[in-house]
Design a protein around this ligand. Structure first.
Ligand code: NIG
Ligand code: FE
Length: 427
């Protein structure tokens, strides 16, 4: 940290200081943390972070940051005494853009009707496709903004958002356009993913719809520059390994970065395919085989795990996170926020479930929900840690230590959310 001469001092707009415990998550911005590095949270006692024009300009002990000369007469100062300070959570897997809800499916689930059976009967994803199609742009945006606001209040400052409740070209383009509009209009930063391959609509065979995605949809989405990523629901009965591969190969040719819903409900070689294609992240992975896990590790594919989905599907089946970490797979966490398999916006809940059922330590869970999650959406240069040059996305958690975060569940631990240096939410 360099002290600055008075004549050219650019003071911080905001100083957060005196944090009981600050987790900077520094040191893993080049590549995602794996193995033992997943326990490194960059702990600083009595920590401070200074922000100017939305970006972090100094991080360290309160004393050091003050001595660095960053604090001027107009610097707003917030004390985090007795509290925990972390980067904003990054939620790298959501289906947050839709209209309507599916609480009617709860009773079917309780009667034991399987998730894919509800889809086969025209419900599930197809039911949300219908309610989204019937809604106006404004209705979809109002409903989605409400969820994004809830996410922000629960500490999430960057969110990946998939299309996939449109399925036909015009509806998918509309969904992606609305994601772009929402990105500009509300506080949370959104990263758009095209997921036309979310379900096969009525009237198409799987192969016909796969051809439609490859020939009609992907080229248009690419030409309009509407999505960074392409994702596929690779699952027996939805998109086969073969169709998933054809879609993702075409997407790669069109310069999309790749993601995959893999081995969620059945063990069918999804992880192996994800590794072979070199996708950035393979998500769900409840049923990933030992070989699949070894392949992911070898290729450096990030496993985005979604324990809230496992919890809500109520089958007592969780991804084998410990085996993944042992094998060297970088693990990230996400909500999978969607109206069917995971109707929640809460990253704090995901952290609790990750510790209790994926058996992550609180440190590993925090790494997975911040810097590794940022890597999973190609944003580790901007968010996911408190380091000089990154966005001033900071949480002041109203808890005495990190263990408390997964420990106390079901209420909001977030005291204050700072997005790009501005206080955007306060308890
Ligand atoms: O990730 N698995 C596919 N898609 C979502 C569920 C979407 C829905 O049910 O509406 C998921 O779980
Ligand atoms: Fe999903």
């Amino acid at each position: 940290m360099t002290a600055k001469g008075d004549d050219y001092v650019l003071y911080a707009d905001l100083l957060i200081h005196s944090a009981e415990m600050m987790a900077t998550l520094e040191g893993n911005s080049e590549s995602p943390a794996c193995g033992e590095d997943m326990s490194g949270i960059g702990f600083i006692e009595d920590g401070a972070v200074a922000i100017r024009e939305g970006k972090i300009i100094a991080v360290g002990k309160t004393e050091e940051v003050r001595a660095g000369g960053w604090v001027g007469p107009d610097t707003k100062q917030i004390s985090a005494k007795g509290k925990v300070v972390t980067p904003g959570f990054v939620d790298p897997h959501t289906h947050v853009l839709y209209a309507g809800s599916r609480e009617n499916e709860l009773s079917l689930k309780l009667k034991g009707v399987p998730y894919l059976e509800i889809l086969k009967q025209g419900g599930g994803i197809l039911s949300t496709v219908r309610s989204t199609k019937q809604a106006t742009d404004e209705e979809i945006k109002v409903q989605t903004s409400r969820r994004l606001r809830t996410m922000l209040s629960l500490g999430t400052t960057t969110v990946e958002a998939k299309s996939g409740y449109g399925l036909m070209l015009d509806d998918e383009l509309r969904a992606l356009r609305l994601i772009h509009e929402l990105d500009k209009e509300q506080m949370v930063d959104l990263v758009p993913t095209f997921m036309g391959a979310h379900a096969v609509p009525p009237g198409y065979s799987e192969v016909e719809f796969t051809n439609y995605i490859i020939d009609e949809m992907l080229p248009q989405v690419a030409a309009q520059g509407l999505a960074e990523f392409c994702d596929v629901f690779c699952e027996p009965g939805v998109f086969s390994l073969d169709s998933s591969e054809r879609i993702l190969v075409k997407a790669q040719q069109l310069k999309f970065k790749l993601k995959m819903h893999a081995d969620e409900l059945a063990s069918a070689g999804g992880a192996e395919l994800a590794a072979r294609l070199g996708v950035l992240s393979a998500d769900h992975l409840l049923q990933a085989s030992g070989e699949g896990i070894a392949d992911l590790a070898r290729q450096g594919v990030i496993a985005v795990l979604l324990p809230a989905t496992s919890f809500n599907l109520a089958k007592n089946s969780y991804a084998r996170a410990r085996a993944m970490i042992r094998a060297g797979v970088p693990v990230a966490l996400a909500t999978d926020s969607n109206p069917g398999s995971s109707p929640t916006e809460s990253m704090p809940l995901v952290l609790t479930l990750a510790c209790l059922y994926l058996r992550l330590t609180p440190e590993e869970a925090l790494v997975a929900a911040t810097i590794n999650a940022a890597h999973a959406i190609g944003r580790a240069d901007q968010v996911g840690s408190l380091e000089v040059g990154k966005l001033g996305d900071v949480l002041i958690l109203d808890i005495p230590n990190l263990n408390y975060l997964p420990y106390h569940f079901g209420s909001n631990p977030v005291g204050m959310v700072i997005k790009r240096g501005n206080v955007v939410w306060e308890a």
